[in-house]
Design a protein around this ligand. Structure first.
Ligand code: ATP
Ligand code: MG
Length: 137
């Protein structure tokens, strides 16, 4: 049993596909154990993606992530981190396998529909960022 942070990004929220994406999680055996809909400030987006500061795509990424509401969630399940990244598909939707979330719902490299933690340590930091009070037992 493992936890991972998932974000449904602004382009997917704007397309009204929250339900379709959450259904993919549930079908893959991932359980939604916390959820928060919010509109990130510039400061919050810069902090969340701090590791990418200085990269050429950073300003575009922060602009996109603050362009509208997002849905942050904690997903739980066996191998939740890897399982979530499998069903998300490749970061660049041009390389995302058919049937993955990004293949079906991404609009561009930046507006790629979903975020998923990439390792246990980053998952812990990212979950604490959005859910400092913890998740339901
Ligand atoms: P995420 O962290 O959002 O789950 P990821 O781990 O697959 O995605 P990262 O390398 O962490 O990819 O990049 C974070 C986000 O920055 C990507 O999801 C994408 O929105 C954006 N991004 C990354 N690389 C590029 C790029 N070369 N051009 C445009 N946007 C990019
Ligand atoms: Mg990442």
């Amino acid at each position: 049993h493992q936890y991972t942070l998932s974000i449904i990004k602004p382009n997917a929220v704007a397309k009204n596909v929250i339900g379709a994406i959450c259904s993919r999680f549930e079908t893959a055996g991932l359980e939604i154990v916390a959820a928060s809909m919010l509109h990130l400030s510039r400061e919050q987006a810069c902090a969340f993606y701090g590791i990418h500061q200085g990269k050429p795509f950073f300003d575009e990424l922060v602009g996109f992530m603050t362009s509208g509401p997002i849905l942050a969630m904690v997903l739980a399940g066996d191998e939740a981190i890897a399982r979530n990244r499998d069903i998300m598909g490749a970061t660049n939707p041009a390389n995302a396998a058919p049937g993955t979330i990004r293949a079906d719902f991404a609009d561009s490299f930046t507006a790629n529909a979903v975020h998923g933690s990439d390792a246990p340590d980053t998952a812990a930091v990212e979950i604490a960022f959005f859910f400092p009070e913890g998740v339901c037992p």
